[in-house]
Design a protein around this ligand. Structure first.
Ligand SMILES: [Zn+2]
Length: 342
């Protein structure tokens, strides 16, 4: 099965009332972990790569690994998505390489750090939508600014400085025609999201629900949505790591989001923790080993477990075979006819 459009996966998720995890990758083992978890749970899949991941892997390696994934797992609808594109050019290069979905994060300027104006965001996102839709490719936009910094991208801060304004969200979707919208509700990138279990003062689920009521047809995206489970932190620290105590986004809050229009949930940190914990354990327990497979294999297995668990918790499990993939050429026609009727 060729790589498919993210729009189709999210439309199906909306019909079925479930969410789809979007897992970040840099290398072969992470892709294998996700695909194995998808096969085991019969889940549709979104694999995503940030700019940092693209440069780490020289992105052609990544792309061809994804082609291998779609060949080896033909029963799994699989999307390759660009996470946090910072400019029209970045998105264009991803589309040219073969990504089937791109995020244009125009909430920040091209430096990936400075918040942009609403008009700048609309302008660059609209241009990416025009290009992407003319090829049947999906676009995720972002309004409001997330906390933290990931891969050098992000405004820093707690995530509460620029939470998404519902009126702006409505205007943004109307003016850009994005397929999916990332909103800022107090989450941050990275491991250190909250200093205690988050409540409504720091994680603004009420704001998400307001936005969904105003934009019931728009697929909402939760970024920075690792749960940072204590058991994964403990494994790292038990085997010589030095993580400070931290809290992520509880799975039950994500599930509340899914009941209120969230269709894509970005998870990276949990997988990083699982991989690192597994590797540390091998290093500490069997320091005589030096074949990378001796620690990459358990690392891959540990990530697979986390991904399979999230797929079940988000509700995507069991839905891989609900539909047959729509070609990008057909998606392009659908966008054209929607434009003609607008
Ligand atoms: Zn993000």
């Amino acid at each position: 099965m060729p790589l498919v459009s993210m729009r189709q996966l999210l439309d199906e998720a909306a019909k079925g009332g479930y969410g789809v995890g979007a897992f970040n990758v840099n290398n072969m083992e992470q892709i294998q972990a996700i695909m194995e978890a998808a096969r085991e749970t019969k889940s549709p899949v979104i694999v995503q790569a940030s700019r940092g991941a693209r440069s780490y892997s020289q992105d052609k390696f990544l792309y061809h690994l994804m082609l291998a994934a779609s060949e080896l797992y033909p029963e799994i609808p699989t999307v390759l998505h660009l996470d946090h594109g910072n400019s029209f050019e970045t998105c264009k290069s991803a589309i040219e390489l073969g990504f089937t979905s791109v995020m244009m994060d125009g909430s920040l300027k091209e430096d990936g750090k400075t918040p942009s104006t609403f008009e700048e965001n609309v302008d660059v996102t609209r241009r990416v939508v025009d290009l992407a839709h003319s090829k049947g490719i999906t676009v995720e936009g972002e309004i409001g600014v997330l906390g933290g910094i990931e891969d050098g991208h992000g405004a820093g801060g707690t995530g509460l400085e620029h939470i998404t304004d519902p009126d702006q969200a409505v205007e943004f979707v109307d003016k850009t025609g994005v397929d999916a919208l990332a909103i800022a509700i107090g989450t941050s990138h990275g491991a250190y999201k909250f200093s205690k279990k988050p409540d409504g003062s720091v994680l603004k689920m009420d704001r998400l629900i307001q936005i969904h009521k105003r934009l019931p047809q728009t697929h909402l995206v939760m970024h920075g949505s690792s749960s940072v489970p204590k058991d994964l932190q403990d494994i790292i620290n038990q085997y010589g790591g030095k993580l400070k105590p931290t809290w992520g986004v509880p799975v039950e809050e994500i599930q509340l989001g899914i009941r209120n229009g969230v269709r894509k949930i970005n998870v990276d940190t949990d997988n990083r923790l699982a991989i690192t914990g597994a590797i540390r354990k091998v290093f500490m327990e069997t320091p005589e080993k030096f074949d990378p497979r001796d620690y990459m294999k358990p690392a891959r297995e540990a990530m697979k477990k986390v991904v399979a668990l999230r797929m079940t918790q988000f509700g995507q499990a069991g839905h891989a075979n609900d539909y047959s993939p729509i070609s990008l050429a057909e998606m392009k026609k659908r966008y054209e006819s929607a434009m003609a009727h607008a």
